[in-house]
Write a new protein. Structure first.
Length: 467
């Protein structure tokens, strides 16, 4: 799209209506401002509008629309596809908007659109409260929440979208609206799973639940050679697990974290990571059989501060590394599916690559399927194949790691269930967006898109075309 005039001039003409920082090519902070979590993404926006509040977002949207510029929206900048950046357009950057306000009486929190989940956990745990967030502390709230929001608390308290009570949204025409069950209910439905297609969410209101501050949580590692036996045990263990027990299986190598003995660093291994959303003593009973199974390499499943546990994996998926993802829902964990996982999980070339499998079910399945735009509530497990390599290894690992992820997904084809998690789609997955929602939900999302963004101004996302 050709701009009518330079973004600098357009923002200057706003006068006091834009109070944030404007980063332009060549200006101090520009190159830092265009760095996001996935270091494989290298794009040069015409400007980065670092907003301080909703008024700045309104101004930035209007400049971009008036000047016919591409728009990208950056919350936490954690999306693997790099949708937070665009070439030669305006990046509406919310990263300075990270405030969290907790109401402990009503058990709710307002969270700004640039906040990270570590910000939310830090503030809510002060009151012994939490809501379902991601499993990495530096994941952005906005991206995870708008795509559905899976995490350790979802089986007990629902997905992040199930806990969303309201949102403040700047629309494509530069207006501010409040979306909730009572106001702009069609938009509210679409926001809960439909991604960033419908506007810029400047703040979210979430329901909170009593939790912690100490929970029974952590990983248990076994040698990679034990993968088949561990997964067969885990299949039955997970099927009988109470709603309070959330778990993720990680297959790859043991990350070199300070809590892990040094002689185990980078050793191929399978881990089951658990978090019990209830009393510690109940959690100890719930995970007893898991901890006693086989011969673990190391058992780190113990009473832990919830906020610290939520950040425990942060250093295993650092900013600036290169990432490529493939993912799908699984129909179940049959012996054949387990055989495929065991065969492919350790075939990556980089020791940083891994696969992770999330146990779904519980409240996720029992929630009304039509209440939100999240699809695939009947899936038993969701698996992500995460190819990872360092920036200096680009020539060596980029092709081999992406090929590994694609082969792994292809081998899982006979075992795939309906739908997939839209937040796990990479930049080459645009053809799978409809699959992520199913035809019925996708059609309804397209109708809402046509109402709130008929020109598809917000298309740097897993895009839904307006009907």
């Amino acid at each position: 799209m050709a701009a009518v005039q330079s973004p600098r001039k357009s923002f200057l003409e706003l006068g006091g209506r834009f109070r944030g920082e404007l980063l332009l090519p060549g200006s101090p902070g520009y190159d830092t401002g265009r760095r996001i979590w996935n270091g494989a993404i290298d794009r040069r926006p015409a400007c980065i509008a670092r907003c301080t509040g909703a008024a700045d977002v309104v101004a930035a949207v209007r400049v971009a629309r008036d000047d016919n510029l591409e728009i990208a929206v950056r919350g936490g900048g954690h999306n693997v596809a790099g949708t937070a950046l665009c070439e030669d357009g305006v990046v509406i950057d919310l990263s300075a908007m990270r405030a969290v306000w907790v109401d402990p009486v009503r058990r709710t929190a307002w969270v700004q659109g640039g906040a990270l989940w570590a910000d939310v956990d830090h503030e809510t745990q002060t009151y012994g409260l939490a809501t379902t967030g991601g499993i990495v502390g530096h994941t952005g709230v906005a991206g995870l929440a708008l795509g559905g929001g899976i995490g350790f608390l979802m089986r007990r308290h629902g997905l992040t979208v199930d806990n969303l009570l309201a949102a403040e949204v700047v629309t494509a025409e530069g207006s501010i609206v409040r979306a909730s069950a009572d106001e702009h209910s069609d938009l509210f439905w679409a926001l809960r799973g439909g991604g960033g297609n419908f506007g810029v969410v400047t703040s979210f209101q979430f329901a909170l639940h009593p939790l912690g501050p100490t929970v029974m949580a952590g990983p248990v590692f076994w040698a990679a050679d034990d993968t088949t036996e561990v997964l067969r045990f885990y299949r039955d263990f997970a099927a009988d697990a109470p709603d309070e027990l959330g778990s993720v299986v990680r297959l790859g190598t043991v990350p070199p974290l300070p809590v892990v003995p040094q002689h185990l660093h980078w050793r191929p291994a399978i881990a089951v990571i658990c978090c019990y959303a209830g009393a510690v003593e109940d959690g100890e009973r719930a995970v007893r059989a898991l901890r006693r199974f086989g011969t673990p390499l190391v058992d780190l499943l113990m009473p832990s501060p919830y906020a610290a546990f939520q950040g425990g994996l942060d250093d295993s998926v650092l900013h600036g590394w290169h990432y490529y993802w493939k993912a799908t829902n699984l129909a179940g964990l049959s012996d054949d599916a387990i055989a495929v996982i065991a065969e492919h999980a350790y075939a990556a070339g980089s020791p940083r690559s891994y696969a992770a499998m999330f146990h779904m079910g519980g409240v996720v399945t029992r929630a009304p399927h039509v209440a939100t735009a999240y699809f695939g509530r009947d899936a038993t497990h969701n698996i992500i194949i995460d190819a990872v390599w360092l920036p200096g290894e680009a020539d060596e690992h980029a092709a081999t790691e992406t090929a590994w992820a694609r082969r792994f997904l292809e081998a899982l084809e006979p075992h795939r269930g309906a739908g997939l998690y839209v937040n796990f789609l990479d930049s080459d997955d645009s053809s799978r967006v409809r699959e992520a929602y199913g035809d019925q939900i996708y059609r309804r999302l397209a109708e809402v898109k046509a109402e709130y963004d008929p020109d598809n101004a917000f298309h740097h996302n897993q895009n839904i075309l307006p009907s």
